[in-house]
Design a binder for this molecule. Structure first.
Ligand SMILES: N[C@@H](CCC(=O)N[C@@H](CS)C(=O)NCC(=O)O)C(=O)O
Length: 211
């Protein structure tokens, strides 16, 4: 298997942490996003949404979208399970992974892309060009502030998003919190449960190795 990624950016980082937790690694090819290599015809055949990461299987099949790749790897390499160990955990992991991605990660992406000159005409990832919407900058900040308060309350009395069990929901959340610092948004001191959780997960070897 082969991995197409670009070091340091958030979604490949989510996958790299997941791989480290599983004890997996694959040969990597860099797709230089700064040079627009994600739009090259030969890469588009592997990644219809022109984004990284992409996992190319030995039979030539390609899977893009971080969650889809993680799902595939969980099925192929079940140990240690990162999507839940029983029906309840599977449901709770899916729930918190979705909340963290939708309310957290996408809010940061809105703020980041709509607030930067670099993304002129490229406000959304993918094969089509979209103009920036300046109002999404302020809305992004509000959403991130609310997201921090919401997950701070959820994490009260818990070590991880699903109590007693580190999962992909924690991976999505830690990458989101770190990604937000690119926009100048940090966790406020009042969110002590969130700050404690962030410190705890940041000590994990998988996260230290991919920081
Ligand atoms: N929904 C995709 C998003 C992947 C994504 O946003 N990748 C970024 C890097 S973090 C990318 O490839 N950006 C290409 C671009 O900006 O054109 C996933 O979950 O993997």
């Amino acid at each position: 298997m082969k991995l197409f990624d670009y070091p340091g950016v958030p979604n490949p980082r989510r996958l790299s942490i997941f791989l480290s937790e599983k004890g997996l690694d694959f040969p990597r090819t860099q797709i230089n996003l700064m040079k627009g290599e994600q739009f090259a015809e030969d890469f588009r055949c592997k990644s219809p949404n022109c984004d990284v990461p992409v996992l190319e299987l030995d039979d030539g099949n390609c899977i893009s979208q971080t969650n889809a790749i993680c799902r595939y790897l969980e099925a192929e390499y079940p140990e240690p399970p990162l999507f839940g160990r029983n029906a309840l955990e599977i449901g709770l992991v899916e729930m918190w992974n979705n909340i963290c991605f939708t309310n957290g990660f996408q809010a940061v992406a809105d703020l980041f892309r709509n607030g930067s000159d670099w993304f002129e005409g490229r406000a959304l990832i993918g094969p089509h060009n979209y103009d920036k919407i300046p109002a999404l900058v302020e809305r992004g900040k509000q959403r991130i502030t609310n997201f921090y308060q919401d997950i701070d309350q959820h994490l009260k009395g818990k070590d991880y998003f699903v109590k007693g069990y580190f999962s992909v929901a924690d991976i999505t959340a830690v990458v989101t919190v770190d990604f937000a610092t690119w926009t100048g948004m940090t966790v406020p001191a009042t969110c002590e449960h969130l700050l404690n959780w962030h410190q705890r997960v940041s000590e994990r070897p998988s996260i230290k190795a991919n920081s």
